[in-house]
Design a protein around this ligand. Structure first.
Ligand SMILES: [Zn+2]
Length: 389
């Protein structure tokens, strides 16, 4: 039993609110979004006018005053802890920005962000229903057993009008058995991941099939009159396809990350950092970005749960251009070169497999304390954060 570890596990369950509950949820979505936007403006203004950075506590105090005014008294209709959670999220977003882990926080626009709010306390499940402050018990589909102590619940609504409760619990977890194996992973487009042990993990082919459907439904959408009922119906059709793509994609990635963390004790991967956060309107590319992030996210928590060593490699490390046999750097390598012959040692190298072997080597170097992160990283990050300001 000494191997047991306390982890945070999130269960996602479908909610079936009645009309009245759905309306109250909608109020919560709107109010938490309002709080985020209001205080983002306030923080920005304070900084511009007096170079003063406002803290969470400054914001929380103002929020209390705000609720007492006639203009904003409607904020009292929702769970005050959910509003405070929104402020905490804003504070975290600022913190992440200053640590150069994320872009500057953005305004939340209705319809463009996921509708959600959090209940940090006093949530429980009774008789198949979810109990949260301000609400009558909400019908819940408990399709699996919820283990551990419930910490907080996030309620969300998808663009396809489905409601979910993401219930985060503190759970006792038995980590996987130790492993001496190590792997390097190269993330790609044709293949989602190529591993240094030769494992190839393909990108799901369904994307192509859905892409066709999506183009069709989107064309239908463009024909519908703005603001019309038919248009909102068609919007939902488009969202349904996006949802299907996402679900298949995420399930697929789970298979990969489960296998990888089960087999390997050390996992080396490229650090995507800000690279993937840049918005891209090309469907295939944006799906790839999202997949890489999901894959990294899953590897992070699964490694943590199972005492695996996940090492992130500087994204400027020349993993593709370096020969994994002799370390020669091929400066003439282009993106098109899927296979190349090392001019130095004459090895025939498959681009992705070679890259994954280099990622593993670099990971092991960093782990042993010999690896250095390149100077380029600093320059690269500085230029990205300047852009976002
Ligand atoms: Zn070589």
């Amino acid at each position: 039993m000494f191997r047991m570890k306390t982890i945070h596990k999130t269960y996602k369950l479908r909610l079936y609110p009645n009309k009245e509950q759905a309306e109250l949820m909608s109020k919560h979505f709107g109010s938490t979004r309002f709080v985020w936007n209001y205080f983002l403006t306030e923080r920005k203004q304070s900084y511009l006018e007096s170079k003063k950075s406002l803290s969470y506590h400054d914001n929380a105090r103002t929020l209390v005053t705000l609720k007492k005014t006639d203009e904003f008294s409607w904020l009292k209709d929702v769970n005050s802890q959910s509003l405070q959670s929104s402020l905490k999220d804003l504070d975290t977003a600022y913190g992440r920005f200053f640590k150069k882990q994320a872009m500057f926080p953005k305004f939340k626009k209705k319809g463009l962000c996921i509708d959600s709010f959090r209940c940090p306390q006093n949530a429980k499940i009774m008789d198949g229903k979810l109990q949260i402050p301000k609400f009558n018990p909400i019908k819940l589909n408990v399709h699996r057993e919820i283990e551990g102590k419930m910490l907080f619940v996030t309620i969300s609504k998808t663009r396809t009008d489905k409601y979910f409760a993401a219930i985060t619990c503190e759970v006792k977890h038995e980590p996987l058995l130790k492993s001496d194996k190590a792997v390097g992973i190269d993330l790609g487009i044709k293949n989602l991941a190529v591993c240094s042990d030769g494992t190839i993990f393909e990108n799901i082919k369904t994307t192509k099939k859905y892409a066709k459907q999506l183009t069709y439904e989107q064309r239908q959408l463009s024909k519908k009159k703005k603001g019309s009922n038919n248009r909102s119906k068609q919007k939902k059709q488009v969202a349904l396809i996006h949802e299907k793509i996402r679900n298949t994609r995420v399930d697929n990635i789970h298979k990969f990350t489960e296998q990888t963390t089960r087999i390997n004790g050390i996992i080396a991967i490229e650090n995507l950092n800000i690279k993937g956060m840049i918005k891209n309107h090309n469907l295939a590319k944006s799906i790839t970005d999202a997949s890489w992030h999901e894959l990294t996210r899953q590897l992070e928590y699964k490694s943590d749960w199972n005492n695996r060593n996940l090492i992130k490699i500087d994204r400027f490390f020349p993993s593709s251009k370096t020969c994994s046999f002799c370390n020669f750097i091929n400066q003439t390598l282009t993106l098109k070169d899927r296979e190349w012959i090392c001019p130095n040692c004459k090895s025939v190298l498959n681009r992705d497999l070679n890259a994954s072997k280099n990622i593993l080597k670099q990971g092991l170097k960093i782990l042993s304390g010999c690896g250095t992160q390149s100077e380029l990283k600093k320059h690269g990050q500085a230029s990205v954060s300047n852009q976002s300001l």
